[in-house]
Design a protein. Structure first.
Length: 256
């Protein structure tokens, strides 16, 4: 019995040390290198941004302006567009298993459309504000502006809550999300920072300083904050934009 207890204590010690080392691990810091820039609709209040079979899909917000659209990357031209009723404020979006899932901000509903035809399929009730949405290929992962990320089934049953921390402090205002190479990228609303999150522990493993991504001469009184992260798995390229931005950027990370 003593031997079993000792083994248990040793195992617990290693688990604890492992957790401490993860929490205390150095947080990497990156800045951006712009590879290429593209036109972006300056009337698009970008909320969700993702690639689906090589096509760039975007959802835009604001009451009376909310849309689902397919965008031609090279030109910024809108190839396909669906306008929502003005009572809906559309937020984050993602595709999973042949469906497009679209959050609303305060309407407390989620819309589901066929990913190929955009035919309406269903509406689900949702218990909180909708902000960002992504997927790890199995679960839907949603943000609500807090420090929590919610892992959900496709019928929106919650099975995990991940509290995101950096230096043992919660990282609030998590907004637009993207799953990239096994990590969750999250735009921190009202800042020029993106955090890269370990989806198992919730620890922030890296930060990305996006300051100055949109040059001053491309800003006007309507230009809003950084928001919009898209990863194309076919090309392994990363794209960023913002709300009412005139440009969308292909970027690479450069360690500081």
């Amino acid at each position: 019995m003593k031997r079993i207890v000792e083994i248990g204590l040793i195992s617990l010690m290693f688990l604890t040390l492992g957790a401490v080392s993860c929490a205390d691990a150095k947080i990497r810091s990156y800045k951006l290198q712009v590879v290429k820039e593209y036109s972006h609709d300056p009337m698009a209040y970008t909320q969700g941004l993702f690639f689906l079979d090589g096509d760039l899909i975007e959802t835009t917000g604001q009451f009376g302006e909310s849309t689902l659209r397919k965008v031609e990357l090279e030109t910024g031209k809108i190839l396909k567009r669906f306008d929502f009723d003005r009572k809906y404020f559309i937020e984050g979006s993602v595709a999973l298993n042949g469906n497009i899932y679209i959050l609303t901000w305060t309407n407390k509903v989620v819309f589901v459309y066929d990913a190929e035809t955009w035919e309406y399929k269903s509406t689900w009730r949702y218990p909180r504000e909708g902000w960002g949405l992504t997927t790890d290929g199995k679960s839907l992962i949603a943000s609500d502006g807090s420090a929590n990320l919610y892992f959900l089934t496709e019928d929106f049953k919650q099975h995990k809550v991940l509290n995101v921390k950096m230096n043992d402090r919660p990282v609030r205002n998590l907004n637009e999300l993207e799953w990239i190479d096994g990590k969750i990228w999250a735009n921190v609303y009202m800042t020029d920072m993106i955090v890269i999150i370990n989806p198992s522990s919730g620890f922030v493993e890296a930060t990305i300083d996006c300051t100055g991504l949109l040059p001053r001469h491309l800003k006007d009184p309507y230009t809003d904050v950084l928001n919009g992260i898209a990863y194309n798995p076919q090309t392994r390229k990363i794209y960023l934009t913002g709300k009412y931005w005139k440009r969308l950027y292909e970027v690479k990370l450069v360690e500081k």
